[in-house]
Design a protein around this ligand. Structure first.
Ligand code: AMP
Length: 144
């Protein structure tokens, strides 16, 4: 288990506290889902627990269970919203594992035959595009 403490100054903690805006897709008592601001593909979104957890190594099992249920909901919703051919789930732990933001999160990436993921450019997507994609996913969720 990691011995690194949770730092509530991370950007996702700020989003949960409403201090930083996000394109929210879904929320329940234990989880929150929103658009990734630098999407590696159209519809790239993130699911996080509300309860503080640095990553997979320290997350409370009940919180992880709730997150995975939301990951499944969102996976089904992005498949429908974007008429996708598949979905990739990614999750990184600690810097050596590729983690950059230290609040547990799962990436949900709708995938299309023959289309590669875009590289991490560090550039933010157009806010109007993110808003429109969030709306598409919310609509698909509401139709289940
Ligand atoms: P990683 O920790 O490697 O999974 O990377 C963090 C992810 O969070 C990247 O895909 C970023 O594009 C994304 N990200 C960083 N800041 C924000 C933000 N303010 N809103 C939405 N997504 C973000």
């Amino acid at each position: 288990m990691t011995n690194k403490p949770y730092d509530d100054g991370n950007i996702f903690a700020k989003i949960l506290r409403g201090e930083v805006p996000s394109h929210k897709i879904y929320e329940d008592a234990e989880t929150f889902a929103f658009m990734d601001i630098m999407p590696r593909g159209d519809g790239h979104c993130l699911v996080i627990p509300k309860k503080p957890a640095r990553n997979i190594l320290d997350v409370d099992p009940d919180s992880l269970r709730a997150v995975m249920i939301t990951v499944q909901k969102l996976s089904r919703a992005v498949m429908k919203a974007f008429n996708a051919d598949g979905v990739t789930i990614q999750q990184f732990n600690e810097p050596a594992g590729g983690q950059v933001v230290f609040h547990l999160h799962f990436h949900i990436l709708p995938r299309f035959e023959g289309v590669q993921l875009r590289p991490h450019t560090g550039e933010m997507a157009d806010q109007a595009v993110l808003a429109a994609n969030a709306e598409k996913i919310r609509k698909a969720l509401a139709e289940f």
